[in-house]
Design a protein around this ligand. Structure first.
Ligand SMILES: O=C(O)CCC(=O)C(=O)O
Ligand SMILES: [Fe+2]
Length: 708
């Protein structure tokens, strides 16, 4: 029997901006879990057609987004206040009226959902981070000239934790994205310097563990959230914090003092939350996941509560302690400060404390570059752009050579091997590193001549080894593994493809459909190591694939000159020749950052057409000395030399065959013709002990058995 339609009653919201969607109350919505039935389910309709999206974008721009003023004022404007237990759904026009296809946009869980014990832990954490009320001041900590120690601000800030580059009081202690390098890595606050854990590290670890546990627990109320588990296992996305976490990669602590009602809200100011306090989207967020905001402020009861507003739906939440809100950072949102109402004293100890857990798209997809471990430095300038895996004596571990040449001694970049223990459980760190080593081994062995690989029965004949990690049941003997007929990743990719489509439909302000890491339905899915290359792109290269490897060293003048000269050797040595060479490769260049834009509301900082430059802390700005110089070089290298060149850059990228294959390491060579995938693997691991060639695989596989 077909399910009955969910009964919808239009909300009476007089004076509400007509460009906001009409909201309905949904009675007994099937996706609003029983446990939180005392909250309310709300719903609005979206039109997911192309014309509908266009219309939604037009409407969106007309919404007057005024988050200023008291909570009373928000109610007068008929914005909807979400309360604990509330869930807001969107429904595509034409979807099943029984509600099973509805999409959860927001979920607000209050203290009721976490029980006394978790509440106590959260409040203890709040006190630990904010510290003794008598030592708090409204300003950031400063160095006391007498003692030379940090005083004021909050306890967490006094540990010396480093803030975002914009001067605001936001602190990232998870993974961060460095977009110019296409790199994601443990944040600069996650750096092991040897010795005993510091106060900062102890506090961070506790915070990370508890916040990701609380956030992950809430996800079970969100329909289909669990799809991300299998997907992220398949992509080998690392897990930070609590072992139950399968969505959150980055954790930001937002610290801001209360203001007085007489003052305009200052949350977006540089000494407050900077970018995070202004109207924004979090452009690095994964569109198929949720952000989670945990609010654990400490302000006197008579204060007005700060809020988080979400523009598109015309909703907000008041940030009493304790708030757990799930939403997408790709919907425009903005916070406001707690405030002392007229006639109430503003005390220095009154603080807003928000912890935001973000799902990073690059991490969920395991895309871009992750620093796995410290590695040997190039020995000369000219080797800076080396397109190979350098095995110097540093990695051979000669007994006499465990000295300052050791890679960890010179690597300032936080990475998973050296610093991962500050972020991950032993199990998560082992999982991530063991699987990444398997992938690395696949990359190396897949470059061996295909005929020879046949003799060697290498698993690199197939795609990435991640399937093993998905499929291999823990504790089962290696020689008793199931023979797989199909690549188990295909099904996971198909589910994810549907998920992307659905999430895109419900994120009406997203400009482009998010892409897949690999399309499971693409014809002839020939794949290279890591499973990235589609057959159609064989032998064709984007120009930027020819450019320097994005390492610090590769941005030196020497590397630049070396690469220019290579290009010129290939295509003749004059300028014309160079331009001709350029014309035969796609000429898309890195778009320059446009910086913040301001709209009529005064504080809009939008980044939505530049998804790589969103709110995740961008660490490039404060890398070690000298990097800025190199950075300039790097950009200079890829910048137009003349107006003529600039005009070329506007053109659509063209895919073309590049030079002769002999000039380049052809991607085709790295791609092994497909063969029936998994049949030989169990035998392979049985044989491994007999064959020194396969020793590494065996070793890595044994690591796998300990991994989950
Ligand atoms: O603290 C807040 O008001 C929310 C901040 C936010 O959205 C962010 O940090 O990305
Ligand atoms: Fe945000």
């Amino acid at each position: 029997m077909a399910r009955a339609a969910v009964k919808l009653t239009e909300l009476n919201l007089p004076g509400r901006d007509p460009h906001l969607p009409t909201l309905y109350k949904a009675q007994s919505h099937p996706l609003h879990p029983l446990k939180i039935r005392y909250g309310t389910a709300y719903l609005y309709f979206i039109d997911a057609s192309t014309e509908g999206r266009r219309q939604a974008a037009e409407n969106f721009d007309k919404i007057i987004f005024d988050k200023s003023g008291s909570n009373e004022k928000q109610r007068e404007a008929s914005l909807l206040q979400l309360k604990p237990g509330d869930m807001l759904f969107t429904r595509r026009i034409g979807d099943d009226p029984a509600g099973l296809q509805d999409h959860c946009k927001y979920l607000f869980l209050g203290r009721e959902f976490y029980g006394e014990e978790k509440m106590r832990e959260m409040l203890a954490l709040q006190q630990e981070l904010l510290g003794d009320p008598n030592q708090r001041t409204q300003e950031k900590p400063h160095i006391d000239p007498g003692s030379g120690r940090l005083v004021g601000g909050t306890a967490f800030e006094r540990t010396g934790v480093q803030g975002a580059g914009d001067g605001g009081r936001t602190y990232n202690i998870g993974l961060t994205v460095q977009s110019q390098k296409g790199l994601w890595a443990p944040s600069k606050n996650v750096k092991y310097m040897g010795g005993e854990p510091t106060d900062q590290q102890i506090m961070q670890q506790r915070l990370l563990n508890l916040a990701t546990e609380v956030g992950s627990r809430g996800l079970k109320y969100i329909p289909r959230a669990e799809e991300m588990k299998a997907y992220r296992t398949m992509t080998n996305a690392p897990i930070i914090g609590h072992p139950s976490n399968y969505m959150f990669d980055s954790l930001q602590v937002n610290v801001s003092p209360a203001t007085s009602e007489a003052e305009l809200d200052k949350l977006g100011a540089n000494n407050m939350l900077g970018r995070s306090g202004a109207t924004h989207i979090d452009g690095h967020d994964d569109p198929t996941s949720y952000s989670c905001m945990l609010s654990i402020s400490d302000v006197p009861e008579e204060y007005g509560l700060g809020r988080l507003h979400i523009k598109e739906a015309g909703v907000y939440v008041e940030l009493n302690s304790f708030v757990v809100l799930f939403f997408s950072g790709l919907d425009q949102h903005a916070g406001t400060s707690h405030y002392a109402p007229h006639g109430v004293e503003l005390v220095e100890s009154a603080y807003r404390l928000n912890i935001i857990l973000y799902p990073a798209s690059m991490v969920a997809r395991n895309d871009g570059v992750a620093p796995l471990a410290a590695f040997p430095l190039p020995t000369s300038e000219t080797s800076a752009a080396r397109p190979y895996l350098p095995l110097g004596r540093e990695i051979r571990n000669y007994p006499e050579d465990r000295s300052s040449r050791s890679p960890p001694n010179h690597c300032t970049q936080s990475n998973f091997a050296t610093d991962g223990h500050l972020l991950m459980t032993p199990q998560s760190q082992l999982n991530y590193i063991a699987r990444s080593l398997l992938q690395l081994s696949t990359l190396v062995t897949s470059q061996i001549h295909p005929d020879r690989q046949d003799n060697m029965l290498l698993p690199s004949k197939d795609r990435s080894p991640i399937a093993l990690t998905v499929y291999h049941p823990a504790g089962r003997p290696l020689d008793n593994q199931p023979i797989l007929e199909a690549d188990p990743r295909d099904e996971i990719l198909r589910i994810h493809k549907r998920r992307i489509q659905r999430c895109f439909d419900h994120l009406t302000q997203l400009k482009e459909m998010p892409s897949m890491i690999v399309d499971p339905d693409a014809t002839s899915p020939v794949q290279g190591p890591g499973g990235r290359s589609a057959a159609k792109n064989l032998n064709s290269y984007k120009k930027n694939q020819l450019l320097a490897v994005e390492s610090v060293g590769s941005r030196s003048q020497t590397a630049k000159a070396a690469q220019r000269s290579t290009l010129q050797t290939i295509k003749g040595s004059d300028r014309k020749g160079k331009r001709k060479a350029d014309a035969e490769v796609p000429a898309r260049r890195t778009r320059r950052r446009t910086g913040s834009e301001t709209d009529g509301n005064g504080d809009l900082v939008e980044d939505e057409d530049d998804l790589l430059d969103g709110t995740f802390e961008d660490e490039d700005a404060d890398l070690e000395m000298g990097d800025e110089e190199r950075q300039k070089d790097f950009h200079g290298y890829d910048e137009p030399d003349s107006e003529e060149d600039a005009a070329e850059d506007e053109a659509e990228p063209r895919w073309t065959r590049l030079y002769s294959e002999a000039n380049l390491v052809s991607e085709a060579e790295a791609i092994v013709p497909s063969m029936p995938p998994f049949q030989k693997w169990p035998k392979l691991f049985r044989d491994a002990s007999l064959d020194p060639w396969l020793l590494f695989h065996k070793y890595a596989f044994v690591l796998q058995r300990f991994a989950g």
